[in-house]
Design a binder for this molecule. Sequence first.
Ligand SMILES: C[S@@+](CC[C@H](N)C(=O)[O-])C[C@H]1O[C@@H](n2cnc3c(N)ncnc32)[C@H](O)[C@@H]1O
Length: 151
Amino acid sequence: MLATDTNEEALAIARSRPWPSDRVRLLRRDPYAPSAEAPAFDAGLAALWLSHVDRARMARFLAALHPHLVPGARVFMFDERDAPERPLPASRLDAADNRYEMRRLASGERFEIVKNFYDESQPRRLVGPYADDVEVQTLTCFWTLAYATRG
Ligand SMILES: C[S@@+](CC[C@H](N)C(=O)[O-])C[C@H]1O[C@@H](n2cnc3c(N)ncnc32)[C@H](O)[C@@H]1O
């Protein structure tokens, strides 16, 4: 398993967990960088990630992800929905229809982050060119997307 993040702090949290070290690699990677490697993975997971992808960069992310996956690989993605009880309001929208939120760290530092929500049809549409057997589920606070990569 290869797990990636751009952020060393997030990787350090993941490294502190009891993974079987001979089978799990945790690496700092740019998720938008094209793959230079042959497809090597039979599954893909994007957990709580798509909401942070700038809409203008989504095609680039998906084009970078899929060459890592062999044909028929199972992919699962999930992220939050705009549930009514969501406490954080949007700080702004931009011209590409990205939604932003302010986030505060324990240190008190404040950051504005991209936090996009999708309607029911959007996850399916996003992966359409890459996907067979697409299943989308709408839960109370989350959406899930499962598919097989096209051969
Ligand atoms: C909401 S967290 C989800 C983390 C993890 N998937 C989980 O479920 O615990 C979003 C992650 O995206 C990472 N991230 C934000 N911008 C990134 C970028 N440009 N490239 C790669 N990772 C990024 C953050 O460091 C953070 O760990």
